[in-house]
Design a protein around this ligand. Structure first.
Ligand code: FE2
Length: 401
């Protein structure tokens, strides 16, 4: 039975919604407390077209389950203009569907119009805290509500950070009214890949600000690094950490299992959901605690990407993206870095040093991924064009005009 208010404060353990397991999710309604809707699946035309074009399944999911919304394209850490079209579409989508809870990623992936579609770590620096604060409040105004920020898995941290990752998250929470979406798999992977103790890490976070959690599957790569593939069961090593994290999160409202592929057999998804429920409800009340919806005041801090205090971080981001996406710059950087970086306005010696000290092997992996996607995009565009032509020829039929 549809309840128009059930999106107000979804509570419990649920699943990142994918239209291709709609029927299975509905069949397990009694064990799936909520769904997380990926907003981009509906506000980006191409993605909607290839899934649920009339939103028939979406409407049914919204009527059947309490839902929260989750975005991907904010790139809150980019010192640059926010994407107003994305933010306005997100707000409209949430309003039209009665959604109340929103979350995004504490990372960046878009610079100078180039979208890497993979997350890069925001520098763990006070200047970045100040930038994220401005972007957060601008985005909060655009989407019309405070929202949660999610810790991401990052391939390499920006070198010589003056803050630790935990301190950075604490500072973001001090400077804004965001809550945290703690992705426990990301904490685990980062702790293994960047050599820290995950329990010590969460003990340094303001755990009373954690409103949501993510769990995802992953695996260890042949080179020893850990990856969140979103296509496998949650790793055994992650469950004890999840237990400790839930235990410490007195204001946690919901947990979402993220599985993007290999969703069938659905039993393997349900096995993870059941484990997560057991842990969640062993530390949290079985009934959702009432939450006063506190009014929030507008905060008018306009982000100015041209402000001098952000020039160093901006130039660093531009040059790093240049290394990844601009082959002539890559060569120029290798030949004479101090000269080459002038093209992106890197003049501050500290930011130049950070750029030079980024792990070259890992930056190179991004370069390869970028080149691959570029080729793939070209190929997809070509195939699309061919299909259009074929469809047109087909429509004309034998004999043409
Ligand atoms: Fe996540």
């Amino acid at each position: 039975m549809s309840n128009p208010n059930h999106h107000e404060q979804p509570y419990g353990v649920g699943l990142a919604y994918r239209f291709n397991v709609h029927r299975e999710a509905v069949q397990h309604r009694s064990e799936i407390d909520l769904l997380e809707i990926s907003t981009e699946d509906y506000i980006i035309r191409e993605r909607r077209t290839f899934s649920d074009p009339n939103e028939r399944l979406l409407k049914d999911a919204l009527a059947t389950f309490p839902c929260v919304a989750h975005g991907l394209s904010l790139s809150i850490g980019t010192v640059g203009e926010l994407d107003d079209v994305y933010l306005n579409s997100t707000r409209r989508f949430m309003e039209e569907n009665g959604l109340n809870i929103f979350s995004e990623h504490l990372a960046y992936h878009r610079v100078d119009g180039n979208d890497l579609t993979m997350f890069l770590a925001i520098p763990f620096e006070e200047v970045a805290v100040q930038w994220v604060k401005r972007n957060y409040y601008a985005a909060r105004r655009a989407v019309g509500r405070p929202f949660a920020l999610e810790n991401v898995t990052y391939s390499f941290p920006v070198p010589k950070g003056s803050l630790s990752e935990a301190e950075f998250l604490c500072r973001i929470c001090e400077e804004t009214d965001c809550t945290l979406l703690l992705d426990v798999t990301n904490v685990f992977n980062n702790s293994r890949n960047h050599n820290y103790d995950p329990i010590e890490f969460i003990d340094r976070l303001p755990m009373d600000r954690v409103s949501q959690m993510h769990l995802a599957g992953g695996h260890q790569l042949p080179d020893g690094r850990w990856e969140d593939s979103h296509s496998a069961p949650v790793m055994d090593e992650v469950w004890p950490l999840f237990n400790e994290a839930v235990k410490r999160s007195s204001n946690l409202r919901n947990v979402i299992l993220e599985r993007d592929s290999k969703l069938k057999p659905f039993d393997s998804v349900m096995t993870d959901i059941r484990k997560a429920r057991e842990i969640f409800y062993s530390h949290r009340p079985s009934e959702a605690p009432t939450l006063e919806s506190a009014p929030f005041a507008d905060v008018d801090i306009a982000p100015d990407p041209d402000a001098p205090e952000f020039a160093g971080m901006k130039s660093f981001q531009r040059a790093l993206m240049g290394r990844i996406s601009n082959p002539p710059f890559r060569d120029a950087f290798l030949a004479n870095a101090p000269e080459a970086v002038k093209q992106y306005g890197v003049t501050d010696p500290e930011w130049f040093q950070k750029l030079v000290e980024c792990d070259g092997r890992l930056v190179h992996e991004f370069e390869e991924a970028w080149d691959y996607f570029e080729k793939e995009d070209e190929q997809v565009a070509k195939e699309y064009e061919q299909r259009e032509w074929a469809a047109w020829a087909n429509q004309l039929g034998p004999g043409g005009f």
